[in-house]
Design a protein around this ligand. Structure first.
Ligand SMILES: C[S@@+](CC[C@H](N)C(=O)[O-])C[C@H]1O[C@@H](n2cnc3c(N)ncnc32)[C@H](O)[C@@H]1O
Length: 305
């Protein structure tokens, strides 16, 4: 199934691509948003598109073939974008997008191991060249480390119970085995979500170092924007959204001294204007067409100096 770009129109309305502009799409996926950036910056705007997943890049290359050299495909984490832009001689860019999380293509391919609904190996790597898999984490971590991962990255209250059940059933090899084990200890008849949702999310975040990548990226992304350029981030869970929200709040304030300090000593100057004080959410129609858009939150900031 073709990935439907989440909040497509809102992203384009807020990033406002212009002819000749340079853009960075850190999470290219199937290239849906990048297509919009290329169309909006016709005839000569360019996009550097990053993805850790070589299969996603193949799909994007085929989907964006018509745009020729206006799009540059880079297989790397967006957190390493600066060295690639240096090679391109792009000192500053006019807009930056991250559409975080997992694509439908990845979720719908059982062999990638992201889904608890389908059986597959416990893999969960965005980048198949990375050595660490979900199975390595599950079978090689201590009870404390497992419980920490599931609690911190899955916001799962039953993390300790789940960690105990994992330890008792090791080695784990298949997604279905993990889903069944979690279901037994975390079944909640009142909850609408599958009991393994949070545990799978936690493992995916840990395997791919997702939150570290986002934290490392934001300040460098801001440094690399032209004045007036915009940074747009779509988050799919509260942990990501919190990181983006705090970063935008901090960078939009002139002083970040603690409240008890009577006179500013930090000298911090606001570098962005928040364009979205509250995050933009998909409308009901979009959610009905694309249920995975349900938890999306878009935040946008503009660099002011
Ligand atoms: C939700 S999809 C993006 C979909 C895309 N906006 C579109 O319109 O088709 C997220 C993509 O980000 C990639 N990804 C996740 N973390 C990444 C990282 N740190 N660096 C580069 N790509 C990453 C995933 O492999 C996935 O293909």
């Amino acid at each position: 199934m073709q990935h439907v770009p989440v909040l497509y129109q809102a992203v384009l309305d807020l990033l406002k691509p212009v002819p000749g502009g340079l853009y960075l799409d850190g999470t290219l996926g199937a290239g849906g948003h990048t297509r919009g950036l290329l169309l909006g910056s016709s005839p000569d705007g360019q996009v550097a598109g990053f993805d850790r997943d070589p299969w996603a890049l193949d799909v994007a290359k085929s989907n964006l073939a018509d745009f020729g050299e206006r799009v540059i495909f880079i297989k790397d984490s967006y957190r390493n974008f600066r060295s690639h832009l240096n090679i391109l001689n792009w000192h500053y860019v006019d807009g930056i997008l991250l559409d975080l999380g997992i694509s439908s293509m990845q979720l719908d391919t059982p062999e990638r191991g992201f889904s608890f609904r389908e059986d597959g190996p416990l893999d969960m790597r965005f980048d198949p060249d990375q050595p660490l898999t979900a199975a390595d984490l599950l079978n090689g971590s201590t009870r404390e480390d497992l419980a920490d991962i599931i609690f911190s990255y899955g916001e799962e209250k039953l993390a300790r119970k789940i960690a105990d059940a994992i330890i008792a059933n090791r080695p784990l090899v298949r997604t279905k085995d993990l889903a069944e084990i979690v279901k037994k200890v975390a079944r909640n008849p009142k909850s609408k979500i599958h009991p393994a949702t949070r545990t799978f999310q936690a493992l995916r975040i840990a395997v791919n170092g997702e939150l570290d990548a986002l934290e490392a990226f934001l300040p460098e992304a801001l440094d690399s924007l032209n004045t007036g350029g915009r940074l747009a981030i779509i988050a799919f869970h509260s942990l990501e959204d919190r990181i983006v929200k705090r970063f935008f709040r901090k960078e939009s304030r002139d002083c970040i001294c603690p409240p008890e300090v009577p006179v500013c000593v930090c000298g911090h100057k606001a570098r962005v204007k928040e364009i979205t004080r509250r995050p933009i959410r998909p409308e009901e129609g979009e959610i009905a067409r694309n249920p995975r858009a349900r938890s999306a939150k878009l935040r946008v900031a503009e660099k002011i100096f």
